[in-house]
Ligand binder design. Structure first.
Ligand code: GLN
Length: 196
């Protein structure tokens, strides 16, 4: 089962993306909702709001416990990637889980180009992935043990590790299921997927 953190942001789009490929999901709002969840998706949205609510509702503590116990994989998209990041430049008190050894700089593509689309070469994909970036953070540091699967203008935009995945773009806003399926596999929750 894939869980989708559903406190703020575009969790419905992630739900639809998994529905299209037949992977069951559950909305996660409270700690109890993580029972039986192998992989948790943290959507794009407003990272401070997501972080505050996840803390207040007990999801942060329970996700940390399950991640550290080795039973939960985590995928953050955009604001979700900020939630996972060990370091948020300029915002040391940003409420977040912080288990992934990456540093991020919020809204770092600048005001003029808040949003853009591009075709990314992704390691392991046989054709480019059309990626939508919306007020995306820039990943400025990637720790050992993590692998960069795609870059935009030299900066990492798709990073994976053991039970960890971060994308600064929004695969839930296109109909290409490959990144969602990649995470379902990484989380060991792909059994119900129709395509792979
Ligand atoms: N700029 C947002 C933040 O820092 C993230 C944007 C997004 O998730 N699309 O919270």
């Amino acid at each position: 089962m894939i869980g989708i953190l559903a406190v703020q942001g575009d969790f419905r789009e992630h739900e639809l993306a998994y529905r299209r490929v037949g992977v069951p999901t559950r909305r996660v709002r409270r700690a109890e909702d993580l029972e039986g969840v192998r992989g948790l998706v943290i959507p794009g949205g407003e990272s401070t709001t997501i972080g505050k609510l996840a803390r207040e509702y007990g999801v942060e503590a329970e996700a940390r416990r399950r991640y550290e116990a080795g039973t939960l994989a985590l995928w953050g998209t955009c604001a979700g990637a900020i939630w996972l990041a060990r370091e948020v430049e300029g915002y040391p008190d940003q409420p977040r889980l912080g288990v992934m050894e990456i540093a991020v700089r919020r809204n770092a593509y600048g005001r003029q180009v808040e949003s853009f689309e591009t075709d990314l070469e992704v390691e392991g994909f046989d054709r480019p992935f059309h990626a939508i970036f919306i007020r995306a953070p820039v990943i400025t540091r990637v720790g050992p043990g993590l692998r960069v699967l795609a870059r935009y203008q030299g900066d990492p935009v798709f990073v994976v590790g053991e039970r960890l995945m971060a994308t600064t773009f929004h695969p839930e806003l296109t109909e290409d299921p490959r990144v969602h399926l990649y995470f379902a596999r990484l989380a060991g929750a792909e059994e119900a997927a129709r395509v792979g």
